[in-house]
Design a protein around this ligand. Structure first.
Ligand SMILES: CC(C)=CCC/C(C)=C/CC/C(C)=C/CC/C(C)=C/COP(=O)(O)OP(=O)(O)O
Length: 269
């Protein structure tokens, strides 16, 4: 990406990381709704040009340089409110909303920085924003599937309760950390759904500004690879954390470049 885009993505990343740390970080035990209310006030000040500290200032600089809306940032804070209130999701509809709040929003924050290919910027750009949300959802679903074991230690189960029940499973099976055939079947379905979201995002990813496409394709391929690793671990995401090694990651970069460039665009069309 260009230098100014890189800096902007960094500023967004830092804000999201700090937001997440409020709930997941070392001070999480002091977390309550008034901390989040204060964080939201600070967010408004960032957008009004009155940042509180130097990391906030990096985001103020970003939102003055790029046409970024405050809504996805507020929605992410809403996701944190949801995370402190809830530790179970009854069905996929509830989980989808959570995934939108904590990850789909990142897609919406990123598109104005990454830019849209001039070929597509005159028509409707809603489908590109939709694709960005879908990629965020795919990432978050993958993250949830990778971290089932770790989340269980924190007393959290992000898998839809009704779908667990359809496979004759419940929280007890998650906490028992036993991988059996029912669990494997259930995981197969969950992985298929995560892949569906990545597939849906691909077309929009090809409509981003050319300079931004490679990093997006690279991250998309790498995140998808986590799903392959869960399969390779024979669906044991209860005692193992699926991990993509450094060599595999590096080897995927040229492939991501090929998928992201206009050459592959021509071939694929
Ligand atoms: C496809 C189009 C049109 C645009 C791209 C839009 C983008 C960049 C979408 C990606 C959004 C994204 C990066 C969402 C974050 C999702 C996520 C699961 C983050 C993981 O956070 P952690 O849980 O901290 O991950 P680690 O545990 O791996 O550190």
């Amino acid at each position: 990406m260009t230098e100014d885009r890189r800096r902007a993505i960094w500023a967004i990343y830092v804000w999201c990381r700090r937001t997440d740390e409020l709930v997941d970080g070392p001070n999480a035990s002091n977390m309550n709704n008034s901390v989040l209310d204060r964080w939201e006030e600070r967010l408004e000040q960032i957008f009004e040009g009155r940042p509180y500290d130097m990391f906030d200032a990096a985001l103020t600089d970003t939102v003055f340089k790029f046409p970024i809306d405050i809504k996805p940032f507020k929605d992410m804070i809403e996701g944190m409110r949801m995370d402190i209130k809830k530790s179970r999701y009854e069905n996929f509809q509830e989980l989808y909303l959570y995934c939108y709040y904590v990850a789909g929003t990142v897609g919406l924050m990123s598109v104005p920085v990454m830019g849209i290919d001039p070929k597509y910027s005159h028509g409707s750009i809603d489908n590109i924003y939709n694709a960005a949300v879908l990629l965020g959802i795919g990432n978050q679903l993958t993250n949830i599937l990778r971290d089932v074991g770790e989340d269980a230690i924190r007393g959290r189960v992000y898998l839809p309760q009704d779908e667990l029940a359809q496979f004759g499973l419940s929280d007890t099976d998650v906490f028992a950390r036993k991988v059996n055939d029912r669990w494997r079947e259930f995981m197969r379905e969950q992985i298929t759904r995560a892949r569906f979201y990545f597939n849906q995002a691909e077309e929009g990813a090809l409509k981003l500004n050319e300079a931004s496409r490679w990093p997006v394709w690279a991250s998309m391929l790498l995140y998808r690879k986590i799903l392959d690793e869960i399969e390779e671990n024979d669906y044991d995401n209860l005692t193992k954390r699926a991990y993509v090694g450094r060599t595999k990651k590096i080897l995927m970069l040229p492939w991501a470049l090929a998928r992201a460039t206009s050459f592959s665009n021509l071939v694929l069309q």
